[in-house]
Write a protein that binds this ligand. Structure first.
Ligand code: GLV
Length: 322
């Protein structure tokens, strides 16, 4: 019984596999590129358990074999790359790595919010380009995040109020913001006002997305919702790229119909819509949400432990509920 690890994981995860004495093969030992689909198929034929990543398309062909997989352990909290319905039909359990990346992802979302509002990346380029010739009272003014001098609070609208959305709310409350939230199931939390989604877009100075990708959230942020936003507002996306219609977003940013955006995820990752690349009012990151040394080390351990549970025919602690 062995495990196919589709791409190299942090050493902590390999240590767990080695200590258990369970053989494993690494599909792609190169940090730059994902494993090609044929490689994934070949690996899934040779090993009954997969330890995979969000870059692997785990479709019915991968799952069904022969032989049918005994389990899929994904080193991520999101699992929209896995055909969950097919896995359920085949009785293949899936595990993910929830909880441990909540704070890292919320930190990055808040970093994007601050960077976009206060023009941090633009300012860095300005200095490096030798354009900083004098301090100026009007130089590169940004949007405030904390309360204004008259005490007026900036409004953060959080779309999707799961673990990461709530962690984002805690950060925003610490910054003295007013926090609005929307999720499918209404949840009342201290200091946070629940609001309908369209109203959230209309009233917020910053909209931050924390929703999983599903057929109902694909292009949830489309041209119509972008048009509801204030011209001074910013959109932050650390969830999944296809939640936003990237072409529509590029168009409103180019026309300055909203003030700016901070993006960590893209519709056709790693391809970034070319309309975004030339704009200075968007901050672009390469999907770094959970990317801290400590968080990735823990995710690798969780993913390895789930893979071992599947090898042993046991239930994994972080297995998705049926
Ligand atoms: C990262 O995007 C994750 O889902 O863990």
């Amino acid at each position: 019984m062995s495990i196919f690890v589709t791409r190299r994981i942090p050493e902590s995860g390999f240590a767990v596999l080695r200590a258990a004495g369970v053989p494993f093969e690494v599909g792609q030992d190169d940090d730059e590129r994902p494993l090609a689909h044929e490689g994934l198929l070949r690996g899934a034929r040779r090993h009954p358990v997969l330890l995979c990543h969000l870059t692997d398309r785990v479709d019915s062909e991968v799952l069904a074999g022969p032989p049918t997989l005994r389990g899929v352990s994904q080193m991520a909290v999101g699992y929209d790359n896995i055909d969950v319905a097919a896995a359920r039909g085949l009785g293949v359990p899936i595990a993910n790595t929830p909880g441990v990346l909540t704070d890292a992802t919320a930190d990055l979302a808040f970093a994007l919010l601050l960077a976009a509002a206060r023009r941090v990346v633009e300012g860095d380029r300005f200095v490096r380009d030798g354009r900083f010739v004098a301090w100026g009272p009007n130089l590169m003014l940004g949007a405030g995040v904390g309360p204004a001098p008259d005490g007026a609070k900036k409004v953060l609208g959080i779309a999707g109020f799961g673990r990461i959305g709530k962690a984002m709310a805690r950060r925003a409350l610490g910054f003295g913001m007013r926090v609005l939230a929307w999720s499918r199931r209404r949840e009342d939390t201290d200091g946070v006002e629940w609001i309908e989604l369209d109203e959230l877009f209309a009233q917020s100075d910053f909209v931050s997305l924390h929703l999983p990708l599903s057929p109902s959230t694909r292009h949830l942020v489309d041209a119509r919702r972008l048009a509801l936003m204030k011209p001074t507002a910013f959109l932050i996306n650390t969830a999944r790229g296809p939640v936003v219609d990237e072409g529509a977003l590029a168009a409103v940013l180019r026309a300055r119909r909203i003030a700016g955006a901070g993006l960590d995820v893209y519709e056709r990752e790693p391809v970034v819509h070319e309309g975004l690349l030339g704009l200075d009012n968007v901050v672009l990151l390469p999907h770094l949400g959970s990317g801290t040394i400590e968080t990735r080390a823990r995710m690798a351990v969780m993913a390895a432990e789930s893979a071992l549970a599947f090898v042993r025919g046991e239930r994994a602690e972080w297995e998705l509920k049926a």
